[in-house]
Design a protein around this ligand. Sequence first.
Ligand code: AOS
Ligand code: ZN
Ligand code: ZN
Length: 442
Amino acid sequence: MNRAANRAINRPPLPPELIERENAARLAALQDEYESLARALDRRGRSIDAVKDKVKAFAVAVPTWGLGVGGTRFAKFPIPGEPITIHEKLEDAAVVNQLCRMTPTASPHFPWDKVEDPAALKEEAAELGLGFDAVNSNTFQDQPGQARSYKFGSLTHTDKAVRDQAIAHNIDCIDLGVALGSKAITVWIGDGANFPGQQNQTKAFDRYLDSMSQIYAALPGDWRMFMEHKLYEPAFYTTVISDWGTNLIAAQQLGEKARCLVDLGHHAPNVNIEQIVARLARFGKLGGFHFNDSKYGDDDLDTGSINPHQLFLIFNELVEAEARAKNGANGGFDPAYMIDQSHNVTDPIESLLLSAAAIAGSYARALLVDREALDAHQSDNDVVLAFSDLRRAYETDVAPILAMARYELGGAIDPIDAYRTSEWRPRKAQERGRASMSAGIV
Ligand code: AOS
Ligand code: ZN
Ligand code: ZN
């Protein structure tokens, strides 16, 4: 799906010889496993090389805020050598991409990642083989020196002066994004209320539409606006953009460039997220994803760590939508894939490597579904065979496909092992020499 051109890495953060050495020790075993899987898939009428080629063209963006160690609202436990500045975060993002070759872009967050010279930052990222994905605005917390507070809302605040400040920030983010080569802005607001009666729900939504239409008007022609809904938190009684229905209404009002972004942790428990994906895709309003996983709420756990089957079923809908788009329906299909995780107990680089593999693995499994057969079983109402088609794809171990894709793109056959051998983090602990004690929640 939406890989930006596979960029050359002029300034590789890890020595390429290290990856080559690591790969040499694993190549024979990988070839053996790949060929064995190829034969098994061949018997099912599936081409392993076709799936591998699609995986090689797949990309997902890493969040700059996910490269530092995250936390909960109770605490954060920093690790030595974690990146703090945007420059260090880009370096770590480049490590992830050098090893897995499917994360060629970073999604920045402002004002956290703001620099004086965005053109220079773009250049710096390009040297590391990175581009910039959607820019993220932040009106869910107050910044030092900020004139007006977002305590009672930002884009939906009752005071026009606060709304204007939030609108101006979003437009500022678009300008920064243009300088960085980004093509989209993601807007998530925490606006809402903690008490019944605190907020007029209709007026708040109207103010949202009005503010967003002003931001929309500032979008360059080839840009998109991703709007992220979330059921609750930080507002615990009512949230202005609480669910995909509200989000879709807003996106439809705003216009063609406005799309809904699905963060996997932003739904009520047991909601059928793959159904939401199918609906949004069908009507050309699926902007993209924030991948993560959750057990209870917006836990921001590693993608696929809790509910890998749900992730597979989401990709099943995406592959279906992609095929439909190829046949000319829906006017094209290229949702933006981003990770949005908080790495509280792991090295973020390792979590991002595992998550990228979980995401691409779900895509690969979904590609293994025999869609013609599935369609026939559905038409015949043959429940067991239809379900079995999905189950067989889901149960396929696609690890050799992912490893071969990484290898052929110049990445590591075993990224975690190569990363640990590189001793990147201990080296950065020496060089960067301090741990971040900034607030926990991201
Ligand atoms: C918040 O819950 C959302 O998931 C946003 O995507 C947010 O901007 C991101 O988590 C960074 O704080
Ligand atoms: Zn998110
Ligand atoms: Zn979230």
